[in-house]
Design a binder for this molecule. Sequence first.
Ligand SMILES: Nc1ncnc2c1ncn2[C@@H]1O[C@H](COP(=O)(O)OP(=O)(O)OP(=O)(O)O)[C@@H](O)[C@H]1O
Ligand SMILES: [Mg+2]
Length: 284
Amino acid sequence: MADQASRLRNLVEEKTGDNSSTRIITITSGKGGVGKTNLALNLSIGLQMAGKKVLLVDADIGMSNINLLMGRITQRSLLDLARYKTKVEDVIEESDFGIKYISGVASIEKMMNASHEDLRIIQRKIIESSNIADTIVIDTGAGLNRYVMEFILFAREILFVATSEPAALADVYSVIKAYSEYKGKGDLKLVVNRVRNIDEWKETAERLNQTTRKFLNVFVDPIGYVYEDRAVAEAVRFQEPFIVRKPKSPASRCVKELVNSLLTGMEMPEISKGWFTVFQNIFG
Ligand SMILES: Nc1ncnc2c1ncn2[C@@H]1O[C@H](COP(=O)(O)OP(=O)(O)OP(=O)(O)O)[C@@H](O)[C@H]1O
Ligand SMILES: [Mg+2]
């Protein structure tokens, strides 16, 4: 798998050119439910707002839900790309928020039957979409199976999402460990989701890095955080991305700063939550 993945990476470089601005960012976490899909979607919209041409790919296997978060239904999916005749344009959907996207495969059974060769074809076709998008964001499912690993090895940038819970950190560590066993060479980044304050972010990032440095000799760049925010669950209920529904909410402001940090490499500043949110958090 590592050899095939590195061959594919070479193909990415060949297709997009070494200095190309095409970015492939895979979002993953190990642990389920930590906020990958919400981050993938809202970050994609944020990047698009900042002038990028974004393609969001739902590579969650069996539990794909990017559609749902945007209140849409579609019959096409990533797996259709494995068919010889299907072009990437045939499966790409336009959203109401500027970004283009490819839906995931809702049937776990169908995807389980997908062969390595199918995945290779799918990935090759995604690479070909670099003329459609300059930024490709890939959302993966929970856990660490061969599909998740394939899409992690495929990207140049891997964005790990964790919360400050020990189980979330342990799972991110397991994915990083597997990634280094596969000799992955991408840039590893960390976003800590659902933090209540800046210290929680800093401590979580520090804890992960101490462990990865000591045992794996790997550094994970802690690019930022997203606050615990009711606007997220509310937006999910209303099937609208929170960055659109509540653009001034703490979570949205965090995502906009994350976009800035991804585009400029600048450190994410401290974001004030506003008194209303502080009040809400204290008194529920
Ligand atoms: N910053 C946040 N503040 C408050 N709630 C959040 C936040 N981020 C995520 N959530 C809650 O967590 C739920 C799960 O988020 P999401 O579906 O993005 O996680 P996931 O990691 O993609 O899950 P899975 O592993 O199942 O794919 C959301 O529906 C929302 O209720
Ligand atoms: Mg998800």
